[in-house]
Structures are given as C-alpha cells and as structure tokens.
Design a protein around this ligand. Structure first.
Ligand code: RIB
Ligand code: CA
Length: 349
C-alpha cells in the first residue's frame, strides 16, 4: 500500500474520462441492403482478422464484393496476396479477383505484425491452394478500373495500411467522387496498439493515412475504441469449428491462434476481430455507433508518429476552423457482432 492507495487498482488512472466524449450521432456514410447491395472493394493485408472480415463480406448479400486488393502489412505482400487467393477459394468465391498492391509504406520503414499473425500471415493454418492467379494489372489499377466502370459509386474497406488508397487518390484524383464510402479499420481516439500513440494500420504508413483523411471522401474510421469491444473467446472458436465446414475450420483455427498469442502475452482470454467490424458497419446499419470527429494524422518522427488525433469538441473545432471529416466508431454490441459472424460463416462452404 502507498499513501493509502491500493496500487493494484489502476482504475482511477485508466478510467480518466476523455475530456470530451463526442455524442453518438446518425451515420453519414452509406451501407448495403439485400435489396440494394453495396458494391465493395476490400483492401487488405490478410491477416487473421482480415480473413474473418473477408469471410463476412463473402457471406453478406448486403454487399457485392468486386475485388480484394492486397498491401504489405501483417505479412509481406506476396504472402498477403496468396492468402487472399486461398481464402476466397475456401469461401467458394473464385469469382472475386485479387490484385497485389504496395509492398510497403510510401515513406519510412517497413512495419510488419508477424509476431501477431505469424510469418505466413495466417498463423499455422494450412489454406487450400487456389486455382487462380492474382490479376497482373495490380491493386491500384484494378481499383481505378472498377471505380470507373461501376454504374454507381463503390465502397472501399481498407483493413490494412492505407498505402494503396493514397496511391489511388494521387494517381486518379478524378475518381475520388466514385468512392461512395471509405470504411477503414485503423486509428484510435485513445491509445494505440503498436505504439502507445498509434494503431498498426496507421503507423505502418502515416503519410498515406494523412492523404486519405485529407481527401474529402466519406470516411468511417473503425478504430481500436470500437474494435476492442468486438471480442471473441474460445466458445466462439468452438462454435465456428462445430459448423463442420472448411470455412468454419479456418475461422476457428485463426481465432484460436490469436487467442493463444493474447493468452501468452497478457493472460487475456479474448481477441479483437478488428477488421470484421469495418465490414459489419457496411452490412448492418445500426450495429456500430459513430460520432463525428475531425481526424488528423501525426506524420512527424517522434513518439506520437502515426497517432490519429481525433477532435469532436464543437467550440474547439470552430476555434481552429476545422470541420469533422469522419464518422468514428465508438460503440458496438458485442453479442450481435458475434452472432453476425457465426451466422455468416454458417452460410459459407
Ligand atoms: O490494429 C489492427 C489492425 O492491424 C488490423 O487490420 C490487423 O489485421 C492489423 O493489420
Ligand atoms: Ca488487417
């Protein structure tokens, strides 16, 4: 005991309320419905949670999955591409093209998360080989072609570093109005996960994230504040395995691998399925509560590099002449999220 305070009780420190909690408001960016499926491109670094996000999209009639593009992040981009091809094959979606994108960040060092996802990007899971090659045109060119050819604006769900999205916006600025919604997994109002300041997808390429948040495209930032509520435990992995399907086996193995890592590192008995929350927000209109924030990215090279500085305080925004530029996820119903995932995987082969 010190000064009469129980040093084990860090509650008052970590529970220091955010100076300002923006109020949950109406979402501002579109979602899909069965009657009007949302055309969707997923940009991904598969990736344990990416794999579940892609599975959820494949099983959701509310979206029409046009392509999966890959970016270096959790693992090297060549592994991410092979994982994307094999996951789509396992999910019965050989119809969805895959194209490989940037191997690393626009500037700065290459950042990987192989300690979380394994060198393969998918733990120890053996994925069945895909009969399909990746498209030779590459991620950015494929995204540009799909945006230009689509009869309606297309949603993009970036669930890895934002390098490809920044390249797309810089190389094809005239196509920005063809992006209906950038529903990205990344950032955090509060602490980071890769550093105390920054979340992995943002700190892996802060300059790219800066381009994206300045772009004016409708953005939802699905950050750690909400994804750390989207938790699965061993019972969910068991339920996935009990589906008795190849897709259920894969999802169960990936979830168990993530649970093993968390248990080893911190004794935690749950794992956050970060990327699947971005897809869930596109297929279920009221699962994720959002609030309007101005989000800016720290691109300096100090300890805060890659931080998403989120300001939702009206008088402060007015004082600095800033307008909110993103819906930011703040709350999710964990039980509904788990049921959404399990029901989706029950529809996969
Ligand atoms: O911080 C979580 C994000 O980093 C997720 O996209 C996960 O796949 C990793 O890429
Ligand atoms: Ca990811």
């Amino acid at each position: 005991m010190s000064a009469g305070v129980n040093l084990d009780d860090w509650g008052p420190v970590h529970a220091v309320p955010t100076f300002h909690r923006a109020r949950a408001g109406e979402r501002t960016a579109p979602f899909g419905t069965r009657e009007r499926p949302l055309p969707l491109i997923i940009d991904s670094d598969p990736g344990l949670d990416d794999a579940l996000a892609i599975g959820l999209a494949c099983a959701s009639p509310e979206v029409r999955l046009l392509a999966v593009t890959t970016v270096g992040g959790n693992a090297d981009v060549t592994r991410c591409t092979e994982n994307a091809l094999r996951l789509l094959h396992a999910y019965g979606r050989d119809d969805v093209p895959v194209a490989e994108g940037a191997a690393g960040a626009l500037l700065g060092d290459v950042v990987r998360a192989t300690e979380v996802h394994g060198v393969s990007g998918v733990g120890n899971t053996q994925l069945p080989a895909s009969p399909n090659p990746a498209r030779p045109e590459g991620a950015v060119a494929l995204m540009a072609r799909l945006l230009a050819e689509s009869p309606e604006p297309v949603a993009i769900a970036p669930i890895g570093p934002l390098t490809n999205i920044a390249l797309l916006l810089r190389a094809y600025p005239h196509l920005a109005p063809r992006i209906a919604h950038l529903c990205l997994m990344g950032g955090s109002i509060g602490e980071g996960n890769t550093t105390a300041a920054a979340e992995f997808n943002i700190v892996a390429d802060p300059e790219a994230a800066d381009v994206v948040f300045r772009s004016g495209v409708p953005i939802t930032m699905i950050g750690l504040d909400v994804t750390h509520q989207a938790l699965l435990d061993r019972s969910a992995a068991r339920a996935l395995r009990e589906l008795g399907s190849e897709s259920g086996r894969i999802a169960a193995e990936l979830t168990d691998y993530a649970l093993d890592r968390n248990l080893e590192w911190s004794g935690a008995t749950t794992t956050a399925i970060h990327d699947a929350v971005a897809i869930a927000h596109l297929v279920v209109p009221d699962l994720v509560a959002v609030a309007r924030y101005h989000v800016a990215v720290e691109t300096g090279h100090g300890p805060a590099r890659g931080r998403t500085v989120c300001d939702g305080l009206p008088y402060r925004l007015r004082r600095h002449g800033r307008e909110p530029n993103a819906d930011v996820g703040i709350l999710i119903d964990r039980g509904r999220f788990e049921r959404l995932l399990l029901d989706a995987y029950a529809r996969l082969p």
